[in-house]
Ligand binder design. Sequence first.
Ligand code: ADP
Ligand code: ZN
Length: 724
Amino acid sequence: MTVPSRRVPVLLPYPFPGPFDYRVPPNLHPEPGDVVQVPLNRREEIGVVWDHGADDSVPDRKLKPVAGIVDTPPMLPALRQFVDWVASYTLSPPGEVMAMALRIITRTTAAPPTGWRRVFPAPDARITAARQKVLDALAAHEPRAAKDLAHAAGVGVSVIRGMADAGLVELAILPTIAPFTIPNPDHPGTILAPDQEAAAAVLRAAAAAREFSVTLLDGVTGSGKTETYLEAVAETLRQGRQALVLLPEIALSSQWLERFERRFGVAPAVWHSDLTSRTRRTTWRAVAEGAAPVVVGARSALFLPFPDLGLIVIDEEHETAFKQEEGVVYHARDMAVVRARFCAAPAVLVSATPSLETLYNVEAGRYRRITLPTRHGGAILPAVAAIDMRATPPERGQFLAPPLIAAVRDTMARGEQAMLFLNRRGYAPLTLCRHCGHRMQCPNCTAWLVEHRARRSLQCHHCGHAIPILEECPACSARDTLTPVGPGVERITEEAAKLFPDARRLVMASDTMTGPHAAAAAAHAIEARTVDLIIGTQIVAKGWHFPHLTLVGVVDADLGLAGGDLRAAERTVQLLHQVGGRAGRAEAPGRVLLQTFSPEHPVMQALVDGDLAAFMAREAAQRRPGHWPPYGRLAALIVSADSAGEADGLARDLGRTAPYGNGVEVLGPAPAPLSILRGRHRRRLLLKTRRDVAVQPILREWLAKVAVARSARVEVDVDPVSFL
Ligand code: ADP
Ligand code: ZN
C-alpha cells in the first residue's frame, strides 16, 4: 500500500500569484510559518510554509521535495494574516509582500561573525597570568570577538592566538542577540501635567486592555504628545508585550531617541533602510525572540516578526512619507491599524494636524480621540502673519521681502534664532537661456533640471540624471546666457549670506544633511546656540524642539498649492503649521511670517487665524458631495510603456473596459503629469467609488479583461496620495 505523500504550500519571495506545492519528505515535519529551503528552477530558495493556496492540480509525483527547514523563528499567524491582507488590499502578489518580512534572512548571505570560546575540558597547556585573564574574561561561556576579548582581558590579541594554537580556545559563531537592554517602564521620567496625565491614563488603559482599538492623540505642537504616548509604551512593557513606534523620517529622529533614553534609561531598537546587514539581522532576530521590546522605525518595521506586539504608535500620522510608492504600494498608517487588529493591540495615531481621513474615522465613531489643547509649561502658540508679496515685494532678483528681512534682523539682535523655510532643494528649480528661451530639461522625464550650485551640477529630482553646469546654451550656443529661475534653499542661503553677513548659518536639507549623525550634530549645534539662522527644506518641519528659535519665515507659502492635487490645500496647511510650530517655547514666544501672493487664500487665512478645525470642516464640506476621500474611495491605474503609442493603446483598452454604474466612476485615461518618467511614457486612470463600495473586486475584474504586453505595465495604487 502506498501512503499518499504529504504536500505543503510554500510562499516564495517573488511576484508569483500564490504559493507553490512541495512534497514533504518523511524526515521533515514543516508547519505553517516555518521558513524552508526548496528547489526552484534548479536553485535553492527560501520560502515560508503557507496556510492555504496549495495548487492541487500538480500531481504528487511531479512535486519537488522540501529540502530543509531553516533554523530561524517561524513566521507567526498574525504576520501571515497581515501579509495576506496587505496583498489582497493593495492587489500585490503575496510573495512580494511576504518578501518584506523575510528579506532580512535571505539577503544576509555574508559569513556569520565569529568569536572565541573556552574549550572544555581544557587541554594540558601552560596557563600564564595573561592567559588566565583571558580565561576569566570567557567565564560566561559566550564566545567573544578577538578584539573585544583582548580588551576585556587587558592583553594583546597575540595572547589569544597563542591560546588557540595551544587548544585552549576555539572559534564559534557569535550569538546574534543584540545587546538590547530592556527599557525600564518605571525609570524616573517626566512628571506629566494634569491634561497630559489624563490623556496618558486613557492610553495606558488601552495598552492594558490587550485588545484592538484606535486612538487619535491630537494636540498642538509642543503640547507633550510624545511624553504622553511614551506612557502607553511603558504600560505595554509592564504588560510584557512589545511596542512599535513609526516615525515618518527615522534617520532624522535623533532628538526623539534622546528623549526615549531619558524616559526609559536605555535606547530602543531602531529599524530603517540604512542599517548595516549585521545590525539588520541582529535586530530582526532580537525582535523575533522578544529581546527587543521596543522598536522605533520606518514603515518597513511593520513587517518585523514581533511575537507579541502590544502597541503601535504612528507619530505624525498625517505625513505622506508613510505612503510607500514603489514596489508594494501601501500606506503604513492604514496598514499599521490593520497590523494592530491582527495582534489584538491598540494603535495610537499622533498629530498636531490630523489628516481628514483620521478625523472622519473619529467622527464615524471608529477611532477614539484625546486632545492636548495647550502647549506645555504655559508656552503660547506662535503668532502667524502673512506678508503680501505684491504690496512689499523683494528687491529685483531677490526672494526675501523687506518685512521678513527686518524680522530676521530683530530676532537675531535679541540673541534669538530664526529659520527660513523653503521646501525645495538645490539652487534654482529651472535654468533658462535668456537668448533663445531654451529650458534645461531632463532627457528621461517630464521635468526641469534643478541647479545644485554647490555640487556644480544640474539634476533631475525624479531619475537622478545629472550634468555639469554649462557655460553655453545647448540650443543656441550663446555664452553666459543660462539663467537660474526661482529659488531653492541654496539660493536663499546665498541671499541670507549677503543680508546677514554676521549670522552663523546652518542649512538643513535632505541632500546636505544625510543620516542620523548629521541630524544629531545639527540639533546639538542649534540647542547650543552656535547657530543663528537655520535655512531648511521640509526636514526641519518634523518633531524638532529648538528652545531659542522664535522666528520662522516661510519663503514661498504658495508653493504647495500649485497643481490640482486633491489634498494640496490640506497638505500645505499641515506642513506650514508644523514648520511654524518649531517657533517659540515657554522661554520666548514665537512668530511665523508667510510670504504669499494671495494672503486672502483660505489656506493662509486658516494659518493666520490658527483655526485648523474650521479649515478642515471646510475641506470636508468640499469633498463630501463628490464622494472624494475620505467620503469615497480612489484607486489609480498607472500605465507605463516604452513608447507613447503603446501607452496610449493600453490606456485606451483600459478606458474601454472601465467599470461603471452605481457609485462607480472612472476618470481618464489622461497623460500623467509626469508623462515621461525614466524614459517610460505614463498614462493614468482613476477609479472613484462611493465609500461603501470595495474597489479591489472591481479592479481585479477590470484588469482581467485587458491583455498587457511584456513591455508595458499597469501599476495599481489603492488610496493614492500622489497623483503625478
Ligand atoms: P509634541 O510632541 O506635542 O510636539 P513633545 O512631547 O515633543 O510635544 O513636548 C514638547 C516639549 O515640551 C519637549 O521638549 C518636551 O520635553 C517638553 N515637555 C512636554 N511635557 C513635559 C512635561 N510634563 N515636563 C517637562 N517637559 C515636558
Ligand atoms: Zn529625469
